[in-house]
Design a protein around this ligand. Structure first.
Ligand code: BEZ
Ligand code: FE
Length: 298
């Protein structure tokens, strides 16, 4: 008797073989002594195989994917971390932050660190200048650091960094300049204040494979204008965040999904010759922003 393989038979047989293979791979972790590693590897394999099967990946597409990841590896070194950039544009970095910084009362929300934080930025006093001479429109930023019960947090280390008006961080120039970054400590009432530059939009590094990926999918590499903060003090969860500029067109399309409504602040524009909070003479436009920071306990 001949058996006539109908189309449903072939599809069922294919699915059975695919499932068989998946189960064999999952069983290969049975003897893993580390239960967490076992859980991670099994879930990774399940999701990877589900992806391959869902999209029916062709061998040509698989090869292109491997080549892409190879390029991501090749361009990565001590200062350029293309894997983190990939995680950023896929929203994975922001998902990690969302998962690992659960809301705590009205504690300030966290967002991405980004690749341009540098340890050991210069110290400035309260009211000092973060810009270090970087080109841009001056901006007075002030606020307080408090805990979730409303008590002032004195002596908190507040690190601030930002791109210049041309869209570059100091470390992107090859002349060893230090500009647009500094740290200061909150005063006895948790207060802080400094001059910086009004944030402007800039692209993430897009001359590598991640930039090529964004171009291929029709996405912009631009980040919404922002000023980075890292606030650290014993007894509290370290806060890595930014403030964004209300009215910025890029708030909805920030390429690393870093914007949170609570972090969008008014940067009030002040005409030239308006007296500044500390009496500093400025002969052009300047702006002013307030950012109240609330730290969650560890
Ligand atoms: C940044 O804001 O500095 C940044 C964040 C993620 C990727 C690239 C840059
Ligand atoms: Fe940035």
């Amino acid at each position: 008797m001949t058996h006539d393989h109908s189309a449903p038979d072939i599809a069922a047989e294919r699915a059975r073989r695919e499932q068989d293979l998946l189960e064999r791979v999952l069983r290969s972790f049975d003897d893993c002594a580390d239960p967490r590693l076992k859980e991670l590897m099994r879930a990774l394999v399940r999701h990877l195989h589900a992806f391959l099967r869902e999209v029916r990946l062709s061998e040509e597409e698989w090869r292109k994917g491997v080549e892409f990841l190879t390029r991501v590896g090749h361009i990565t070194d001590d200062v350029r971390q293309e894997f983190i950039l990939l995680s950023d544009v896929l929203g994975a970095s922001m998902q990690m932050i969302t998962m690992n910084n659960p809301a705590h009362g009205d504690a300030t929300e966290a967002t991405v660190l980004g690749p341009f934080f540098v340890d050991g930025a210069p110290r400035i006093e309260l009211g000092g200048d973060v810009s270090g001479g970087a080109p841009g429109e001056p901006c007075w930023v002030e606020g307080t650091v408090r805990d979730t019960a409303g008590a002032a947090v004195p002596g908190a280390r507040v690190e601030v960094w930002e791109a210049d008006a041309d869209g570059f961080y100091d470390v992107q120039y090859d002349d060893d300049r230090t500009m647009g970054r500094a740290h200061l400590f909150t005063g006895p009432d948790g207060e802080y204040r400094f001059w910086a530059n009004t944030p402007t939009p800039y692209p993430i590094p897009h001359d590598g494979p991640v930039g090529a990926l964004l171009a291929a999918v029709g996405r912009s590499p631009m980040r919404a204008s922002h000023l980075h903060f890292l606030v650290k003090v014993d007894g509290y969860r370290t806060l890595v965040t930014h403030i964004f500029v209300r009215g910025d067109d890029l708030l909805e399309s920030d390429t690393v999904f870093g914007v949170r409504d609570s972090l969008v602040k008014d940067f009030e524009s002040r005409p030239a010759d308006t007296p500044t909070p500390d009496g500093r003479a400025i002969n052009g436009l300047w702006s002013k922003a307030r950012f109240e920071i609330v730290l969650a306990p560890v």
